[in-house]
Design a protein around this ligand. Structure first.
Ligand SMILES: C[S@@+](CC[C@H](N)C(=O)[O-])C[C@H]1O[C@@H](n2cnc3c(N)ncnc32)[C@H](O)[C@@H]1O
Length: 254
């Protein structure tokens, strides 16, 4: 039977690959590891890839296995979900994958300029009502710019036509470089082992017949970012409630 949330939270405290900064350690102050992830955590100078909103950490762990020559950090605010990836990585003895439990809003307190080489965002809530909360909106892109290395890219995988259209419009409005974009990842002929990694949410959306979309883009560096001025049709169905209920019943939510 799945462990309950309290048991997971207790285990998270003991896991050597989990960092859970307290509010006062990141709010308007620098976390002690800012600028020190290479030296103090990974003990090498290899690129650090950040997954934002990692959920159960499937991408971070799978990427860590595929690329032992890179370091990976899975970030999410939900500890009971993250427990799964963190436990799997610890049990497998992975030294290149760690987890960070915090709000992405505080990224600048935790990472130094240029400390992150690449960002993955997999199946974020499209936040159709609140552009400020969208993980690909200008507010977050401005934060990413502060921690990303020059020429870094952001990968977005989503089931949401709304978020795909919004992100594409933002990219176009701001003339951001886009190496790859597809509205139908598994139907477009791209057969890529990295893009084929499937998260918990992705599996749920595939079961419901959703097409998976993917964009790889650069957030740029210098010119001020502006929100796109477009009306976007809302997704007809984007309720997480159905499968999150199932997950809660099986103790997998949190
Ligand atoms: C829809 S889930 C997707 C989880 C996982 N990427 C997957 O595909 O299964 C979105 C995740 O993003 C996290 N999240 C959303 N906004 C966040 C923020 N501002 N800071 C940290 N985590 C956030 C949520 O806690 C949630 O676990």
């Amino acid at each position: 039977m799945a462990k309950n949330k309290l048991a997971r939270f207790a285990e998270m405290e003991q896991l050597p690959n989990v960092f859970q900064p307290a509010h006062q350690e990141v709010f308007r102050t620098d976390y002690f590891l800012k600028g020190r992830w290479h030296s103090e955590v990974f003990h090498n100078d290899r690129p650090i890839v950040l997954e934002i909103g990692c959920g159960k950490g499937e991408y971070a762990v799978a990427l860590g296995n595929l690329y032992p020559e890179k370091n990976f950090i899975g970030l999410d605010i939900k500890g009971a979900r993250m427990w799964k990836g963190a436990t799997a990585a610890a049990e497998a003895g992975m030294t290149n994958v760690v987890f960070l439990r915090m709000y992405a809003e505080m990224l600048e307190s935790v990472f130094a300029p240029g400390e992150i080489a690449e960002i993955w965002i997999t199946f974020p809530d499209p936040q159709m009502a609140k552009a400020r909360k969208r993980l690909t909106g200008t507010r977050f892109l401005n934060l990413y710019r502060k921690i990303l290395a020059t020429d870094a890219v952001i990968h977005l995988k989503t089931d949401s036509p709304f978020l795909y259209t919004y992100t594409s419009a933002l990219i176009e409005t701001n003339h951001l470089p886009v190496p790859v974009a597809t509205e139908d990842l598994y139907g477009c002929g791209l057969n890529d082992r990295v893009l084929g990694i499937k998260t918990f949410y992705e599996k749920q959306w595939l079961l419901r017949g959703k097409k998976i979309k993917y964009i790889c883009f650069s957030p740029g560096k210098d010119s001020p970012l502006i929100e796109p001025d477009v009306e976007i049709e809302k997704d007809d169905y984007h309720s997480e409630t159905h499968f999150m209920h199932d997950a809660a019943v099986h103790g997998e939510n949190g």
